[in-house]
Write a protein that binds this ligand. Sequence first.
Ligand code: GBH
Length: 479
Amino acid sequence: VVSSYSSGNGSFPYNFLFGAATASYQVEGGWNLSGKGENIWDVFTHTHPEWIADHSSGDIACDSYHNYKKDVKLLKKLQVQVYRFSISWARILPNGDLSLINHSGITYYKNLIAALREVHIEPMVTMYHWDLPQALEDKGGWLNTQMADYFKNYASLLFTLFGDQVKWWITFNEPTEVCTGYVSRDAAPGVVLPGVGDYKAAHTILQAHAKAYHVYDQKFRSKQKGRVSITLSSRWLEPISESSEDIEASERGMQFELGWFAHPIYSKSGDYPPLMRKIVDEHSRAEGLKYSRLPSFSGYWIKYIRGTADFFALNHYTTRLVTSGEEGEIPSKEHDTGVISKVDPSWPSSASKWLKVVPWGFRKLLKWVKSEYRNPPVFVTENGFSDHGELEDNDRIYYHKNYLAELLKAINEDGCKVIGYTVWSIMDNFEWERGYTEKFGVFHVNFSDPARSRQQKKSVEVLSKIFHLKKLDEADNFV
Ligand code: GBH
């Protein structure tokens, strides 16, 4: 099928958007400056430095709080049309709720947005990239269903403050990772309730997202004319063999990984994936529980959540080979999924254990999204590669060229409606529990320099050309 959206000969559609991304806690620093409140990552890194690979924190990070003008110059150099960044909730609302509004926080983002628009870069704003105000975690965080209303109030304030300048909104970044904070100590807040806390948090996040979406519809859309979505992340899970058991394992894995949040929002029927419902209900019964660990939505909520996205925002990095099997403790989402995943030893590595270079998996994932959710417009809100900070980052160049080539095939040969592509990240930054040990930037940041000087890597030369010409030369495909 050749889509009418395609363009052929290595070109991206003329209105395709290229971007680069960051997140507040990973780049801003200024953790206690000008009235910002503490968030769960401030508390997590300060109370348990030993949980971070190099015992570091985002206290200063890239110091983008002071360096945002420099950041805009980097973005311009990379020739992006969109900058995806996130707003630190506690910088705007130090207590998480509307009891206190921090005007210097608002000024910071107003200045950043103005600097972007001045050079014709569209801001894409993520409202929540994992840095919950600690004051709200103290109320139970995402395990507390009231959080949906706190989020709605925060979102509504952001639309009011910035909606005349911001036309691309993301409510949550990778909600599955937010839920990991209620499974293990790998992420803040580090509450350990596997197979219970994660499902509960997800339930609240879906409601919070939908409330923010409906507020936009009711109060802002007609004037502001922007678009709202939620960024979901997924690996591609390739069956390890052609056996029906492995094909089922792949399908089950995809439903538990992407379907968990995508099915309630993008499917025709709404609600959690039927397969997930069935399995978690069965497991809960077998564990002697009276209620399923997977909470239920009423008919009202199913309808309220269904359709609450104007485009499909997708993060993708890597692929796994999967087969059926018992994994994880009982109870846990891992055990509910019942999938064992492996990597092919021939796949190139990165500096991150979890990240293998498998370009063809990207195309298969885009195809899966197309067939599963009736071919929505997809904006790739993150894709990127980690190394140890080399300026001659040839492996990163290889990664992006080959992933982009697969994205083009998805558009031209599979008829997928991919409308944008975002590089993670414009610069090296605080990589969560990995600290500063794994680098994703196309610009290098010198973290021992108080000025946090930035330096161009080789990938900028290659990517800026692709982003400017909106074209991938065939000869360019492999380094
Ligand atoms: C994105 O998540 C984030 O949005 C971004 O903030 C981050 O900097 C970027 O990726 C690079 O990591 O150690 O085996 O438990 C990507 C999805 C999911 C990748 C969790 C790392 C941990 C795997 N992430 N995963 S493991």
